[in-house]
Write a protein that binds this ligand. Structure first.
Ligand SMILES: C[S@@+](CC[C@H](N)C(=O)[O-])C[C@H]1O[C@@H](n2cnc3c(N)ncnc32)[C@H](O)[C@@H]1O
Length: 276
């Protein structure tokens, strides 16, 4: 008898980090005026854990900055595919995020979502397929996956919640290989600060999932120096995003206001964009 693949219990280590961000998006969708408004997140979270919103912290909105982060990547992705209706989009470390459905890119765009095979198997059980959309089950650092992607068109590479889990050498390899492989494009990803990287070994969530950060950058814009064609474009706010402070429930908003007085917290995670 064959064992069914694609169960939540198949996820191990860093793969389990997809859950807290998904939960934040599911809870956002229940706000009267959501930031992201992602119905797929609620559906996927319920499939992962039918009781996710019960218990003491079941409806805590503390993770809302992850929702703001997703919205920043969405806004950049919408703008890129509007300017490049023949684009190739690489959404790396996709987890169970439904960005492709939120963006609903034009038919000329080929969209690739990549994550570990067990995450991709689970994703196939939970989220629907669609046209011009390919799921790649691979370790992102084993770059052979790139050989199956058309490389003669403008590319947008998004890595949301992924880079901190790679070593600096792996990030360098990924970034420079993608820039070399495509004629032009953009890349957007979030990084953590050096102190957030060092502290991650004490982070209870990271410890629970056995998923430590592997790199940190205090000046992520400087990663443009890694390749002569790479140019820093801009940064999107996260912990101090006006949208977060405007829309979060009162208690959460107060907490972010206080925490943001600490520069170490405000800049503990940054969302940056480059072009080439
Ligand atoms: C914090 S979750 C973010 C998921 C999704 N991007 C989101 O924001 O909802 C990190 C994701 O990166 C994936 N990941 C981490 N390291 C990876 C690797 N080396 N190759 C492929 N996926 C990886 C994990 O499996 C997980 O799904």
């Amino acid at each position: 008898m064959s064992r069914r693949r694609g169960k939540p219990s198949d996820l191990v280590g860093v793969q389990q980090t997809l859950t807290p961000v998904l939960k934040a998006k599911a809870l956002d969708n229940r706000l009267p005026d959501p930031i992201l408004g992602d119905e797929y997140a609620e559906l996927a979270m319920r499939r992962l854990d039918p009781d996710y919103d019960s218990g003491r912290f079941g409806t805590s909105q503390l993770g809302l900055s992850a929702v703001v982060r997703a919205k920043a990547f969405d806004d950049w992705a919408r703008s890129f595919v509007a300017d490049h209706p023949d684009a190739v989009v690489l959404n790396l470390g996709c987890g169970l995020d439904a960005r492709v459905f939120r963006i609903d890119p034009p038919a000329g765009v080929d969209w690739y979502d990549l994550d570990y095979p067990s995450v991709v198997d689970l994703r196939r059980q939970i989220l629907p397929a669609r046209e011009n959309y390919t799921l790649i089950g691979a370790d992102v650092t084993e770059l052979a996956w790139l050989e199956d992607v058309p490389r003669d068109r403008p590319v947008l590479m998004i890595a949301e919640g992924l880079v901190p889990y790679l070593t600096e050498a792996q990030v360098w390899q990924l970034l420079t290989t993608v820039v070399d492989a495509f004629p032009s494009g953009q890349t957007a990803f979030d990084t953590v600060s050096v102190s957030a990287w060092r502290m991650s070994k004490w982070d209870p969530v990271a410890r629970r999932y056995n998923a430590r950060f592997e790199c940190g950058f205090d000046d992520p814009a400087a990663l443009a120096d890694w390749h002569p064609r790479l140019e820093y474009v801009d940064e999107a706010p996260m912990n101090d995003a006006p949208e977060l402070l405007a829309k979060a429930p009162t208690g959460v908003r107060r907490l972010y206001r206080v925490m943001n007085l600490l520069p170490g917290f405000r800049h503990s995670s940054r969302i940056v964009r480059f072009r080439f």
